[in-house]
Design a protein around this ligand. Structure first.
Ligand SMILES: *Cc1c(COP(=O)(O)O)cnc(C)c1O
Length: 719
């Protein structure tokens, strides 16, 4: 027995969660009390020095304006004084900002930004490069390409190394490599992903019509393509429904196949001829009237009801129409109900409704739920057999850095010490099979705004959203990254920021995986604390969105209490490395609570006679008031009077399905299901140290402030 425990411990201690390993995270952040300020200041000065050196070495003989004489002039001195005064005023004003550096800030998808990212941003900012074109950003364009590769690799897409100009490189065997770039945010990345999928859906039809009408493309009348059924057919003989459902990679390969087999047609000529018939040029009305008269229903994109509002925006902007987003309701949890997705797809096949894309969310914005991507991919295979093809987009704007937890440097697949369920691990592994993914470095990448990101599994996808001739790309060097997508001018500094952050922290278990594992442990401990409030005699009850495993399995009241007592003795207050060595505790921890680090919960109060309030409106008011007291109100609050930062939202019966609302109402002890939205509180854990400092853990304070505030509100309002 003893030897076994020791052995377990040894194994656990050799894993990246060991205590001394967390020490390195101390060098990655300025520190909640600015502990690294001296060293950080020195590094910032080095950036100014380096930039000054370049200014002096670039044509040193050129005249310069700011002479000693000018510096001594009164006007110059006055000017400096104004600058300093205004600057100091600004510095003072800025102190009233929301304190996201603090351990008390665990609300939004936002915590302190890491030091490498600030140094990367600041040093590159001094050069103010514009990544819209390589000539305005010779260095930072390359950095953006490297970041694109980093993100693709973390998510499981294939890449080839970025190589220097004029250097040979080897394309991958299948010829398919991924490609990624930085966008200003996740909203734009989602828009681009859907834009690409829309254009892809209609590309083959545009090409068919170009071949029919453009003389230069006449030699292509015998061009063949493999259909979804695996038959080789002449493109011109593929009917409309089938051409809307050609295999993604077959369509994407067409431009390179054509130009390889028909040297007389250049890529520019092909592009020019095809674009005349494209949805981009014609717009929906003309495209549909001219080529899709046989299709009677508008094309759709499929998104879960837990979607971020960037999806309705995307549908509106792309002319698809918001009502043509088919919404998949959530199931008993806030993960997508896969059976309902199945039903939507069946309806699309039956009624020949073109499906542009289906979205799975890897970490929903309000609940941190990870959709069952594995089942979504299986459903696509099922419907491919029925002749339906569409892209699958992973919206991992928030959750995209979490797969770093399962990337080990030595390729090890031992995830037993990770605080996440096998289900969640599997979904991260499935990301490799999606077609496009949104991932925001400015969320769980801990870098400054603006830095969202979009990755394509097949780099040819980017040509569908470029207003230039397509480039056949097998990885390696590229003329520019700025032409692919929505944006124009964009900061090279953002690329340098993410780049340096990835080089120092690394996108694997030793880096981001380390930080996010610690955060997940903290979030699970927080969940355990919330659940264990049930063991206390409080004037309120706490309802975490996710039920305890024992309750989910329908176990008896006593068994549930046993589980709570187990949480209290074996998880809460126990150092992470000891939990890892305690197999039963680890097993429970992995499988309890939320999928990532966003914890969603609600409070209900007890009446003076000890019975539970049954009025949903009053319960919502309680949670709303709690949020008001524990959030920061611009222009009203002194930050020092806000002891905690949480955020909030509501479960609206118009958006969440009836089954789910009924379940929530009953768990909260509310009388009958009414159409009253339920407000809830969100805590997002992005701070790896909240449960582990040498001076104790702040998590305890966080819990205590929550409880005290709830009690205060009850005493003031409901007693
Ligand atoms: C935050 C978020 C977005 C949008 O990202 P922004 O960078 O805020 O534009 C999209 N999808 C999900 C799931 C998100 O959490």
């Amino acid at each position: 027995m003893i030897t076994e425990t020791l052995l377990d411990r040894d194994l656990a201690l050799s894993k990246p969660t060991r205590k001394d390993d967390i020490n390195k995270t101390g060098a990655w952040f300025l520190g909640s009390k600015g502990e690294n300020a001296d060293w950080f200041s020195k590094m910032i000065l080095e950036a100014i020095q380096a930039n000054t050196e370049v200014r002096n070495s670039y044509f040193p003989e050129d005249p310069h304006f700011i002479t000693q004489e000018i510096k001594e002039s009164e006007e110059y001195q006055n000017s400096l004084t104004t600058l300093e005064e205004e600057y100091h005023k600004l510095l003072k004003e800025l102190k009233k900002s929301a304190p996201f550096f603090s351990m008390r800030s665990a609300g939004h998808m936002l915590w302190d930004i890491n030091i490498p990212s600030i140094l990367g941003y600041f040093s590159a900012l001094l050069y103010n490069q514009n990544n819209v074109a390589a000539e305005t950003s010779p260095v930072t364009t390359l950095l953006e390409m490297q970041v694109g590769n980093d993100l693709c690799e973390m998510l499981g897409y294939k890449t080839t190394p970025i190589h220097a100009p004029n250097q040979d490189f080897q394309p991958t065997e299948s010829g398919i490599v991924g490609w990624g770039h930085i966008t200003c945010d996740g909203t734009v990345a989602n828009i681009e992903g859907l834009w690409m999928a829309r254009n892809l859906k209609f590309y083959a039809i545009a090409l068919q019509n170009a071949i029919r009408n453009e003389k230069i493309l006449k030699p292509l009348s015998t061009l063949e393509i493999k259909t979804l059924r695996g038959e080789n057919k002449r493109l011109l003989e593929v009917n409309i429904w089938e051409s809307l459902n050609l295999p993604i990679d077959e369509v994407l390969a067409l431009p390179s196949i054509i130009t390889e087999n028909h040297p007389e047609i250049t890529i520019e000529e092909l592009e020019k001829a095809t674009s005349k018939y494209s949805i981009q040029t014609l717009g929906f009305f003309n495209f549909y009237q001219q080529y899709l008269s046989g299709v009677s229903q508008a094309p759709v994109a499929i998104t879960p009801n837990t979607q971020h509002y960037s999806w309705p925006k995307a549908a509106a902007l792309l002319g698809l129409g918001q009502q043509n987003l088919r919404i998949v309701p959530n199931g008993k949890t806030t993960r997508m109900d896969i059976d309902r997705l199945d039903a939507i797809l069946a309806d699309c096949v039956e009624n020949q409704i073109p499906v542009i894309s289906a979205v799975a969310i890897i970490g929903t914005t309000q609940e941190g739920a990870v959709d069952d991507l594995e089942k979504v991919l299986q459903l696509r295979e099922k419907y491919r057999k029925k002749g339906l093809e569409f892209t699958i987009h992973g919206d991992a704007a928030w959750g995209g850095y979490f797969p770093s937890m399962i990337r080990s440097k030595d390729g090890s697949n031992d995830f037993s010490y990770l605080p996440i369920s096998d289900y969640v691990v599997r979904q991260y592994q499935m990301l490799a099979h999606t077609d496009s993914i949104t991932i925001d470095p400015h969320k769980a990448g801990y870098v400054p705004y603006p830095a969202g990101g979009l990755c394509y599994r097949n780099s040819a996808m980017r040509n569908l959203v470029a207003f230039t001739a397509p480039v056949v790309f097998h990885g390696g060097l590229d003329p520019t990254v700025g032409v692919y997508g929505v944006e124009g001018s964009k900061p090279g500094a953002a690329a340098a920021s993410v780049y340096l952050s990835h080089r120092v922290i690394e996108t694997n278990q030793d880096g981001y995986g380390k930080i996010l594992s610690e955060c997940t442990f903290a979030a699970k401990k927080f969940y355990a604390e919330l659940a264990c409030m049930d063991l206390e005699d409080n004037p309120f009850v706490c309802i975490p969105l996710i039920e305890l495993p024992a309750a989910k399995e329908g176990k008896s009241k006593n068994e549930i209490i046993d589980e709570l007592l187990f949480l209290k003795s074996r998880i809460i207050d126990v150092p992470n490395q000891e939990i890892i060595a305690d197999k039963p505790a680890m097993e429970l921890l992995k499988n309890m609570g939320q999928d990532q680090t966003i914890v969603t919960y609600m409070f209900n109060f007890k009446n003076a006679d000890g019975t539970l309030n049954t009025d949903p409106k009053k319960m919502s008011d309680l949670n709303n008031e709690l949020y008001n007291r524990l959030s920061f109100h611009p222009w009203q609050d002194d930050i020092e009077k806000t002891p905690l930062i949480v955020t909030a939202s509501e479960f609206d019966p118009n958006n969440y399905c009836k089954k789910f609302m009924t379940y929530l109402y009953s768990r909260a002890g509310l009388s009958k299901v009414e159409d009253v939205p339920l407000n809830f509180i969100i805590s997002t854990f992005m701070n790896p140290w909240i449960a582990a400092t040498n001076q104790g853990e702040l998590l305890k304070t966080y819990i205590q402030v929550l409880k005290d505030t709830v009690v205060d509100i009850i005493n003031e309002k409901y007693r």
